[in-house]
Design a binder for this molecule. Structure first.
Ligand code: ZN
Ligand code: ZN
Length: 453
């Protein structure tokens, strides 16, 4: 007997809400799939990675952006999931179709040293096991309200104030990880100021636009748009600083020639041109050539807060410096970057010499084979140190090394060196000042915007 429609993974459809036009993020889909199969999301990621022919690593799918893109290895996760579930439209839960025209900054990726997520308390309160989902829109860190309910998104437990990890499973993520209280409640509805309201509208429509696209937007579209703006500068028109600055970087500076506009830059362009992000991507020539509305007077720049990573950068710099001079075993840079919440390319640009020194020493310290073992030992040491911080008392480095050796086959001396390096790393990463703001706007910069309307 031939079994039709059989798929290796259950053929769960991606969820959608017709009324609001929102679509489930692939990240939430993966959590739901893991729950259905009774496995962890890490195991699911390993299975997908094997399917895609990548060597199994459990660290590679930790962030929402690992699953949704636009810059990460989302692609092989997405393609393997589509294949194993037989669901051809899973790309609608990702930024796949705008990956060629959207920079990764400004999407909720890694914020400070915690991997914090935001959620709609009303969505959680009214959760329906058969239909509910967390939408792709939650990837926008500038979004203030739920695209379905209009209540303010939250980033902390309303009972105890604890931030919540991205990594919580489907079954447990709607309860606080610290006090176990439900995170769902009726939520706060607030009349937003003109500006955040405008941003929410643009992002809500952009999220729906992305999910509705059938094919990728070619990078040429953004080139055409930029060329149109550039022509206007050349003909003597005065563009606002935010737009001019970005154009300058893109057109004149060789170093950032290939940098794609970030979400914040798109918002600036939209505010200036009075258009939607979808307009720029669909009709770049027309939209770049003139104002759609006459309202650019007094516009300087969108008053979004920039994420302040100076503290993170300072600490990772000091830590790399210390490890270079003291440590026998250097952790991989990727592990440091994850721990300090910064991107590797930012570290390289900020500390070119130190980065070079660290990397050369790292590459020199082990052969290809033992590197994998050392990596595992370091990851395990970090786990032990973190678990130990949640409990009380201080584990000595020897005890950490013993616990590492229970899981990873390394020599006692090496385990001890790994424990030492990780202890040093945690000393520095715990000193990063907390700069997290839940509301993404700097409202003091809004006068110009409002008077310009
Ligand atoms: Zn909601
Ligand atoms: Zn709580």
């Amino acid at each position: 007997m031939l079994i039709h429609n059989w798929t290796p993974l259950p053929p769960l459809p991606l969820r959608r809400d017709e009324a609001s036009g929102t679509t489930e993020s692939l990240y939430h889909y993966a959590l739901r799939m893991s729950d259905t199969c009774g496995i962890s999301i890490h195991l699911l990621a390993s299975i997908l990675k094997n399917e895609a022919g990548e060597p199994g690593s459990r660290q590679s799918a930790r962030y929402m952006s690992s699953w949704t893109g636009p810059r990460s290895h989302y692609r092989w996760l997405m393609e393997a999931l589509m294949k194993l579930t037989g669901q051809p439209d899973l790309f609608r839960g990702t930024f796949h179709n705008v990956a060629g025209v959207l920079g990764r900054q400004g999407l909720s990726t890694r914020d400070g040293r915690e991997h914090q997520r935001r959620w709609c308390p009303r969505c959680y309160l009214e959760w329906n096991e058969g239909t509910s989902f967390e939408p792709l829109h939650l990837a926008f860190s500038q979004l203030s309200t739920c695209p379905t309910h209009g209540v303010l998104l939250e980033g902390r437990c309303s009972q105890c104030g604890a931030a919540q990890s991205f990594l919580r499973s489907y079954a447990s993520r709607r309860n606080c990880q610290a006090c176990r209280c439900p995170l769902g409640h009726s939520g706060e509805w607030r009349e937003l100021e003109a500006f955040p309201r405008w941003v929410d509208g643009v992002l809500r429509r952009f999220g729906c636009y992305v999910s509705a696209l059938d094919d990728p937007i070619p990078e040429m579209r953004i080139e055409v748009f930029m060329a149109g703006l550039h022509k206007r500068i050349l003909s003597g028109e005065r563009l606002p600083p935010a737009v001019r600055g970005y154009l300058w970087n893109r057109v004149e500076s060789r170093r950032r020639h290939n940098a794609l506009p970030t979400l914040t830059q798109y918002l600036n362009l939209c505010a200036f041109q009075g258009c939607e992000i979808g307009d720029i991507l669909e009709r770049p020539e027309e939209v770049s050539s003139a104002f759609l509305f006459d309202r650019a007077d007094g516009f300087t720049q969108v008053p979004l807060r920039r994420r302040d990573i100076q503290g993170n950068l300072a600490m990772i710099g000091s830590c790399m410096d210390r490890l270079c001079s003291d440590a026998e075993v250097l952790p991989p840079l990727a592990l440091l970057c994850r721990e300090f919440g910064v991107w590797a390319d930012v570290v390289r640009e900020h500390y070119p010499d130190l980065h070079h020194r660290y990397r050369s020493r790292y590459l020199a310290q082990n052969g290809e084979f033992s590197r994998t073992h050392v990596k595992r030992a370091l990851e395990r040491a970090l786990q032990v140190v973190k678990m130990n911080e949640c409990a009380s008392g201080r584990e000595r480095q020897k005890d950490i090394a013993l616990q590492v050796m229970q899981v990873v086959q390394v020599a006692p001396e090496l385990a001890l060196q790994c424990a030492k390096s990780i202890t040093v790393m945690r000393e520095f990463s715990k000193r990063i000042p907390s700069t997290r703001v839940d509301f993404p706007f700097n409202l003091q910069g809004m006068d110009a915007w409002q008077s310009g309307k």
